[in-house]
Write a protein that binds this ligand. Structure first.
Ligand code: 5GP
Length: 173
């Protein structure tokens, strides 16, 4: 059986989303953004944060998969790619969680091949203890311990994405 110990409440998440959006709005003043949602995990964070970013922006989506149960398969698969032409544009990748950093590094490298003006990363959660590559996160919501978390878009085998808060996922014997 799976149980969840709350880690971040709805209020904590929403406060952080507002703070991040304010910083992003200030940093990109007078620019136009392409905000890229990394699916599926970032869908809730993405929809909350873009509502609060106050610069003109376009949205795009990348469907990526690398996790099997609670550990990374190490193989990053882009199942569905972006549609926007990002040449000369400022791109902001919006991710649920940076763990090993391999997914974000892989995506960043791929995006750079399309000659954007810039690529920055905004991750709601950061598990620094498990980092394998120094991908460089520009905006971080919360540093969290090395635990598997679910909720607010994050899943365990496809479930729990609809929880409005974030919980530590434990398998109870
Ligand atoms: P990385 O490539 O940085 O190791 O992994 C990034 C992806 O792994 C995230 O987008 C997310 O889908 C998944 N992931 C990493 N840690 C967790 C976690 O604690 N919970 C969930 N649900 N997914 C995670």
């Amino acid at each position: 059986m799976i149980t969840g110990k709350p880690l971040l409440s709805v209020e904590q998440i929403q406060k952080k989303v507002a703070e991040l959006a304010l910083r992003i709005s200030r940093d990109y003043q007078d620019r136009e953004l392409v905000a890229v949602c990394i699916l599926k995990g970032a869908f809730m964070f993405f929809s909350d944060i873009v509502k609060r970013i106050e610069v003109p922006l376009k949205v795009d989506f990348l469907l990526v998969s690398s996790y099997v149960k609670t550990s990374s398969s190490g193989e990053i698969k882009v199942m569905c790619n972006m549609r926007e032409d990002i040449a000369g544009k400022d791109v902001l990748l919006i991710e649920d969680i940076a763990d090993t950093g391999l997914t974000l590094q892989h995506l960043k490298d791929q995006l750079f091949m399309q000659n954007p003006a810039s690529v920055r990363i905004c991750a709601l959660l950061n598990k620094q203890a498990r980092r394998k590559v120094d991908v460089g996160l520009d905006y971080i919501g919360f540093d969290i311990p090395d635990e598997y978390v679910v909720g607010y878009g994050l899943d365990y085998e496809g479930r729990f994405r609809n929880l409005p808060y974030i919980a530590i996922c434990k398998e109870k014997r």
